[in-house]
Ligand binder design. Sequence first.
Ligand SMILES: *Cc1c(COP(=O)(O)O)cnc(C)c1O
Length: 384
Amino acid sequence: MADYTLDTQLIHAGEPRPRIEGAVSTPIFCSANFESQNESSYHDLRYIRLNNTPNHIVLHEKLAAVEKGEAGLVTSSGMAAICTTLLTVLGGGGHLLAQNCLYGGTHSLVTEDLPELGINTTFLDIHKPASWEAALHPETKGFYVESMTNPTVQVGELTSVVEFCKKHGLISIIDNTFATPFNFRPLEHGFDLVVHSATKYLNGHSDIVAGAVIGSQEMVDKILHRLNHLGATLDPHACFLFQRGMKTLALRMERQNSNALTLARFLASRDEVTGVNYPGLESHPDHQRASSLFRGFGGVLSFELRGGVESAQRLIEQVKLPVNAPSLGGVETLITQPCRSSHSGVPREERLKIGITDSLVRVAVGIEHPDDLVADFKQALGPN
Ligand SMILES: *Cc1c(COP(=O)(O)O)cnc(C)c1O
């Protein structure tokens, strides 16, 4: 499979050959346990929680192929992937470096839960590599970043993160949910571990919650071992939907990349819009870096309107196609105010420091026709 392009791997990698009972689509294995084959290790017994049904195995191979890793692992949610990975990398009181603008759930995990287990995190400005060394402790074990931040869609000094980790013997972990392997494959750039909320683009249809981890066989085995004990397994029914969703990732991302760029350009051209965050715009401060690392700039953008919170709320009420809902990565366009959804758990002062004002609007662009989307935002904004 390694010789094929990502678009082809999405469809064929991991699929059983010969097909099971000739079924073109992998059937759902609705069996908690399987007949013993004289396995010698507990982890080899075939049991859903041990993540080794045929539905899990297909996904593990497909994920590894498309992210160019030795091994992949599917989990019950993105947070399960992140939490299990961090506990494995940092266990026993390790110290973590992390970028200062993280997905809200991850921010809460590292500031509220992990400290109770003796694991502390120092937040860094991901655009200022010169400032990182001062944050190192003797116990520092890992560096956690996101390929694009939510919701301001910044792209940090990702290649510097890899160099810094190699120099100081740290494990580099990247949440690649926003970019997806279609736009960016971090392992090819030297990252050690990739995590995903597969709830978003990988599955792409807003109908399951799932997560993924990809990396070396050795590290993924350790994380799998921990996952088997923590029990955050994906149900085979959800595995089936995830597998089906992944097959169309390339088609969906192509359209979402171009739809988001079209909408970002339209919004930037309007007087009512005071600023648009989208790395595909030449005006975005990270445009150069994003262009050199990514194939496309993803489906998420955010913007501010003249008139602040009230104008933002009015726009959200006036658009007809986008659903006012949190989350992202599905085929339908969603619109939300991050201060009320993804980042409602982050204290207001901290939110403002990372550019998440009360009036910021985020759009997660779907695969509708771009003309319909632009026309909808045009009517919602009113006459120019
Ligand atoms: C949604 C999201 C998560 C959490 O994933 P769940 O599947 O909701 O647990 C983590 N990171 C990013 C960037 C996300 O968008």
